[in-house]
Each structure stands twice: as structure tokens, then as C-alpha cells.
Ligand binder design. Sequence first.
Ligand SMILES: Nc1nc2c(c(=O)[nH]1)N(C=O)[C@@H](CNc1ccc(C(=O)N[C@@H](CCC(=O)O)C(=O)O)cc1)CN2
Ligand SMILES: Nc1ncnc2c1ncn2[C@@H]1O[C@H](COP(=O)(O)OP(=O)(O)OP(=O)(O)O)[C@@H](O)[C@H]1O
Length: 192
Amino acid sequence: MTSDERDRKAAHRSRLRAARRGAPAAPMVSQVLLATAAFGVRPGQVVCAYLAVGGEPGSAQMLESLRGAGYRVLLPVVVGDAPLDWAEHTGELRPGPYGLREPVGPPLGASAVASAALVLVPALAVDRSGVRLGKGGGHYDRSLPLTSAPLVAVVRDDEFVDSLPSEPHDVRVDAVLTPSRGLIRLPCGVDL
Ligand SMILES: Nc1nc2c(c(=O)[nH]1)N(C=O)[C@@H](CNc1ccc(C(=O)N[C@@H](CCC(=O)O)C(=O)O)cc1)CN2
Ligand SMILES: Nc1ncnc2c1ncn2[C@@H]1O[C@H](COP(=O)(O)OP(=O)(O)OP(=O)(O)O)[C@@H](O)[C@H]1O
């Protein structure tokens, strides 16, 4: 919206990215199952997830944890500035843009996110009203309006904050998942 909000987002991003450098790993292996249980996701249903890069909480083991619980795991595939495409995670990955690894399976189309029972969303930070700050590509903001599944942002404990700048296109998340605090439904009235 205003360049002021964009500047504020950029300042938050550089601070949060710097703080992630050197942060300990946060594999989120057990925590993701708190999220699927809380939202009643059943074996055989689809969970849209992501393969963590650059200090993001999450891991390949997190994806195995989801598959081991019987969920079908879809991973995002970047298609320029279009909404994300999706493909099923079967274990095999190939290099993608931005240092990502992407699934090798057939692309299921942008609308595949609508088949999800839960979407795990990477983020640099989330505030207690559910505003999410991503890496600035707008990929998730273009994709999340295509689903009505619960949206769970995954961040480090200190990346769940009181307030973040937001623009009209920013899609709010329903809950936040952190390594130590587990799942917190949003909006959250408790002091941080
Ligand atoms: N794990 C993950 N997958 C994702 C996203 C994400 O935020 N995290 N995306 C969210 O929209 C989309 C891709 N957009 C992205 C935009 C920037 C970076 C990024 O800055 N990565 C590295 C730099 C790597 C490089 O350029 O070599 C970094 O975090 O430092 C990653 C993904 C879809 N897949
Ligand atoms: N629904 C949308 N349609 C078209 N452009 C969009 C949409 N959502 C976001 N954008 C554009 O994407 C760019 C990045 O947006 P923003 O700063 O909110 O990204 P982000 O939330 O950090 O990224 P991401 O959603 O990939 O994690 C902005 O130029 C914004 O206008």
C-alpha cells in the first residue's frame, strides 16, 4: 500500500533475516503433529508444507513426520510471479529458485492448495492478530486466497511478535506454531 509500510516491512525483514543467521536448528518434527491434531487432520488428507531453507524452522524430517502420520504432503513450486504450483512430496527433490529444493512429481496446479486440510506457511514473523511477514516475493499472498484450509505459520519463538506492518493483500493466518510454545490460535489476546 504506502511506501511507508513497504519500508517498514523491509526493515523488519533485514533484522529478522540477520537474527536467523547462526540460530540453532529447529526441526519441528513433533510440533507439526500438534498442528495437525489441533485442526483434526486425518490420515490420507493433504497437508501443504514447505522444505525449510535459510534458518527457517522446519526440516526434511518434519516432512517425514507428516508422511509417517499418513498425510499426503504437497510442497510449493515457484512459477515466476504467478500463484505457487504444488507437487506431492515423495522424497525426491531437485534444485529450485532461491536456494529451494522442489519436488520432482507432476505439477498439480495452483488450485491444489484448495485440496489441503491444513497449510503450513513459512514466515519471517507473525503478529498476534495473524499478520504474517514473508520473504517479500508475494508468493504465499497470491496462493493463500485459493484455499479455505486453516493456515498455520511456522516461526521461531521470538518471531511471534506484538505487531507487524500490514498491507491489504496480506492474508492473515489462523495460528502460529513455534518450537517451544507449540500451537497458538490467533488472534491472541495474551501479552507476549
Ligand atoms: N521454504 C520455503 N519455501 C518457499 C517459500 C519460503 O518462504 N520458504 N516461499 C515464500 O514465498 C516461496 C518461494 N519464495 C522464496 C523467496 C525468497 C527465498 C530466500 O530468500 N531464500 C534464501 C536465499 C537463497 C538464495 O537466493 O540463494 C534465504 O532465505 O536467505 C526463499 C523462497 C515458495 N517456497
Ligand atoms: N494477491 C496478490 N496479487 C498480486 N500481487 C500481490 C498479491 N499479494 C502480494 N502481492 C505483491 O507481492 C509483493 C510482495 O508482497 P509482500 O511484501 O506482502 O510479500 P510477503 O508476504 O513477504 O511474501 P510471501 O507471501 O511470498 O511470503 C508486493 O509487491 C505485493 O504487491
